[in-house]
Design a protein around this ligand. Structure first.
Ligand code: 6R9
Length: 689
């Protein structure tokens, strides 16, 4: 009794002739259901936006999307400068050139600039501008504690005061424009406050996810040499207390040993987790936030900066061991995150928006803090674990705050409550498979809410391929079509652009305002990693296919990066942690499909000679990874390996290891090029020990 509507709304736009094939939909004879009419069944290939939804949407039709997309590609300068000048405050306009770019290594250094010469400030645009526009008393932040029953709110004007006090404090300890500030905080209000305070004075924040170990933190401190580190004494996550300050102490000792000492460690006393009396303290260096920050004035002049001045650094995993410091600058990032947020979630002033990401990741930068705040949105911050004290917690929170836009990773929970307030859903971090999509759509959204499956990366700053909820018919599991100004291309291994229905490596042609500008201190690595593999394009590291209707389907990383619950982890990072263990001779790490986490970490380990396989060694190897990287990077499986399968030139054949890990033993392929083909049988025998 499903109300199927065949080809209900599909109409071909006339304006598609000159569009890149990435933006042209040719939908034909698909089974479809209309939003709100009935659940999406396994047979439904398409979910159509309802008239009701589309009527109120910012982009109400496919036709409108195509018009805007076309304008954005044909005249990027006009498209983006129109938005930038009408929706943001600039102390001074940019020069004659809206943007300049070179994405082709054959033509010299890679360079991307947007709005160069324009003078602005992101914090001003997030707070002062919105307050001037009448939002002073609008709730900016709702904060929900790990412990049910503890919460707090800040209006836009209260938030501005808090931000200014911290900004003034930071100036008083010598933080100036261009200085780095490392932030190691959980999801307290103090985290976005800190980000905005840095931005206000032109300092460059480098937020380190508070699940990283002291060694990872130290590595980042050594790389960016901050004037100040900001943390809190402890945090509760679920039933556990995590002593963050102890981790910072160890990191500061570690980085001092490597020649980088930090003078100030500003520490927030998180009273719900730990009293200050119980916190280890280093006089002279450590300062309680509550003792100093509230004493500073509640207003603070803005540091006006160039659009191309750095906004923040965020370290992310690559395919080699050392994390990469992704650098985003001011103007383009501001315009891009605000615009993508607005359109992809069809944002309305009355929305209550909740993104479950931690500010330690890019999603928390662009879509907890900057994008929503630039739009003057009401944002919910949740401190705790999604399943604490029970699996219904997320739905309790949605109901408590009447959340209307819910943006999360596909790694999800159980059904329990009505989520009547929801209007738009978002998904990020990993491919969402069609049945997970249907579950999210039918159960969480009551088959009423469109899903924005947003594909993007730390490097891209904001959404790249995403549905616009009022415009596109959606296919469960597809990120659909590019955002305005984005030209995705799919290339083969030779870098030849593929057309029509195809599958290959996902690249992007031309720049977009939110693109990262360099890897901090290593422009050469920036060029090598992202622009040399396919000259003329930005290479994403992802595989992608395009179906006959023009929809994009992301198929996961094609490099040695694993995606665990939406957290990017380089296999090389885990391997180098494992081999640092005195009893580990060699290690090779691959990703495997994981029911809950999307991908799991699967490690093949060869112990040093004379050491036997034991449960003790297994535990101690896992502990080593936890302490060197963080708990989220702990291998799910240690597979003992007398030796690893290698080519005669000594290269580990990961292809074979991936098949063994997935137990696809009949798909091992050609093993004859191995130096010792017998290794494979040995590994198979040891698979379940
Ligand atoms: C935003 C974020 C980036 C990698 C990316 C891709 C995967 C992200 C996705 C997705 C399929 C989506 N990814 N969103 N894959 N569909 N909607 O996650 O940034 O941490 O840098 O990870 O995540 O593989 O290359 P980041």
């Amino acid at each position: 009794n499903h109300n199927h509507n065949h080809n209900h709304h599909f109409r071909h736009a006339d304006s598609t002739a000159s569009l890149p094939s990435s933006a042209v939909a040719k939908i034909s004879h698909l089974k479809a259901v209309v939003l709100g009419d009935a659940p999406a069944s396994e047979e439904d290939d398409v979910v159509l936006p309802s008239h009701e939804f589309s009527r109120q949407a910012l982009v109400p039709s496919q036709q409108k999307y195509l018009e805007m997309y076309k304008a954005s590609i044909e005249n990027p300068a006009g498209f983006w400068s129109g938005i930038a000048s009408s929706e943001f405050y600039w102390k001074q306009g940019w020069g004659d050139q809206v943007y300049s770019e070179n994405l082709d290594v054959r033509r010299g250094n890679i360079k991307i600039e947007w709005f160069k010469g324009g003078i602005t400030n992101v914090c001003y645009n997030c707070l002062d501008r919105n307050i001037d526009a009448g939002l002073a008393d609008k709730i900016a932040l709702y904060w929900e504690s790990n412990e049910p029953g503890f919460d707090a709110t800040l209006t836009y004007s209260q938030l501005l005061q808090r931000v200014c006090q911290l900004a003034n404090y930071l100036k008083s300890v010598g933080v100036r424009k261009g200085d780095a500030v490392v932030v190691y905080l959980p999801m307290l209000m103090e985290l976005p406050i800190t980000m905005l305070a840095c931005t206000r004075i032109g300092a460059v924040h480098s937020v380190v996810f508070a699940g990283f170990s002291s060694e990872s933190l130290a590595q980042r401190i050594v790389d960016c040499k901050p004037k100040v580190v900001i943390t809190c004494n402890a945090v509760k996550r679920g039933p556990k207390t995590i002593f963050l300050k102890d981790i910072v102490d160890a990191a500061l000792i570690d980085s001092a040993n490597k020649g980088i000492s930090v003078d100030v460690c500003l520490t927030y006393e998180n009273q719900l987790a730990l009293k200050r009396e119980k916190t280890k303290w280093k006089e002279g260096r450590d300062i309680w936030w509550e003792d100093v920050v509230p004493k500073y004035p509640t207003s603070c002049d803005v540091e006006w900066v160039d659009a191309e001045d750095p906004l923040f650094l965020l370290y992310t995993s690559g395919s080699t061991g050392k994390p990469k410091g992704v650098l985003h600058t001011t103007g383009g990032y501001m315009v891009y995150t605000a615009t993508t947020f607005k359109y992809a979630f069809d944002y309305k002033d009355s929305d209550v928006y909740w993104c479950t990401a931690d500010c330690g990741w890019i999603t928390g930068h662009s879509y907890v803090t900057y994008g929503p705040m630039l739009n003057g949105a009401t944002i919910l911050l949740y401190e705790g674990a999604p399943n604490y004290p029970d699996p219904g917690r997320c739905w309790d929170i949605v109901d408590k705050y009447k959340v209307t836009i819910f943006y999360t990773a596909p790694t999800l929970y159980v059904t329990r409550y009505s989520r009547k307030s929801l209007r738009v859903l978002g998904s990020v971090g990993e491919p969402i498979n069609p049945s997970a999509w249907r579950w999210f759509f039918n159960v969480v959204g009551g088959s009423r809410c469109p899903i924005s499956d947003t594909w993007w990366q730390t490097e891209t700053g904001g959404f790249m391929i995403t549905p616009l909820p009022g415009a596109w018919p959606q296919k469960p599991g597809s990120a659909t079509f590019p955002f305005f100004g984005v030209q995705p291309v799919i290339v083969d291994e030779k870098g030849v652009e593929l057309d029509g229905e195809c599958s290959g490596y996902l690249c992007v042609k031309s720049s977009w305002p939110g693109a990262f500008r360099t890897l901090y201190g290593d422009h050469e690595r920036y060029e090598t990693t992202y622009f040399k593999p396919f000259p003329g394009y930005y290479f994403t590291g992802d595989g992608c296919s395009r179906d006959k209707d023009g929809y994009h389907w992301l198929t996961g990383r094609v490099d040695d990066v694993i995606n665990v619950s939406g957290h990017r982890i380089g296999t090389a990072e885990v391997e180098s942690a494992l081999v640092s263990h005195p009893q580990c001779a060699e290690a090779a790490v691959v990703g495997v499909e994981h029911q809950v986490k999307g991908q799991g970490i699967y490690a093949f380990v060869t112990p040093v000679e004379g050491i036997s396989y034991s449960e003790e060694l297994r535990k101690s190897l896992i502990l080593t990874v936890r302490t060197q990287i963080g708990a989220f990077a702990a291998p799910d499986k240690i597979h003992w390996a007398p030796a690893l399968p290698k080519t005669r030139s000594g290269k580990i054949m990961r292809r074979i290891l991936r098949k063994i890990a997935a137990r696809q033993l009949d798909e091992l392929g050609d093993t004859s090029t191995l130096a010792d083909p017998g290794v494979v049988d040995q590994l198979i025998k040891l698979a379940d020990t």
